[in-house]
Write a protein that binds this ligand. Sequence first.
Ligand SMILES: C[S@@+](CC[C@H](N)C(=O)[O-])C[C@H]1O[C@@H](n2cnc3c(N)ncnc32)[C@H](O)[C@@H]1O
Length: 226
Amino acid sequence: MSHDNSIRKGVTRQKLDELHAAAKGDRWRFVAMAPRLAMGMLRGKSLMEMISSDAMNECFIPISPMQGEFLYVTARALGVKNIVEFGTSFGISTIYLAAALKDSGGGRVISTELEPNKCKKARENLKQAGVAEYAEIREGDAMETLADLSEPVDLVLLDGWKDLYLPVLELIKPNLRPGSIILADNIFTFRKALRPYVEYMQSGENGFSSTTLDIADGFEYSVYLG
Ligand SMILES: C[S@@+](CC[C@H](N)C(=O)[O-])C[C@H]1O[C@@H](n2cnc3c(N)ncnc32)[C@H](O)[C@@H]1O
């Protein structure tokens, strides 16, 4: 275990700053999409349906810098080795997680992303951030790319489209060990779509202890009790 904190210095910090700055451009991408979103709403489409359309291919929709710090320290505090992430986008959250593994002596993030262009960019970004060897980006639908996990999973980040949080969690559940941590983003923004997930995690009947943290858009923090 080293005392390094690579998210605070060098190429990792530089790349994170560059990506967080580029992600601020999402607000203009959303403005450009507004007419299309309004049409969708008039046609009765749900926010989830519209948000998962091709129009989002260029959007980062990343975790916040504070969530990144939180992910980093969580991964470091527990000596985590195997991390699974649903929803890579351009790799911002993956860089925080991979940096924690690098600084604590090794491990691997398996992250998955539907969009080929985002996968390519995420791999480049991880390389430029100096943490590529700690991450594997699996291109495709999480329900397929995460179906063959062989190692026990210590930490999970759920940040893909919201209707799949529960199915993806159920897919990974056999690989969890008592004490594994599951973080799920956007609980406040997608309250309705994520209600089944939050109820499942907080009911106390499915092997989890869970609470919603008031960080960014709401971060569900769950521990698997076995
Ligand atoms: C909110 S973004 C992820 C942001 C990323 N975690 C970060 O902080 O930079 C969600 C991503 O999940 C991807 N995604 C959605 N459904 C997916 C699925 N079924 N399998 C794999 N990736 C998916 C989307 O293409 C999108 O890029």
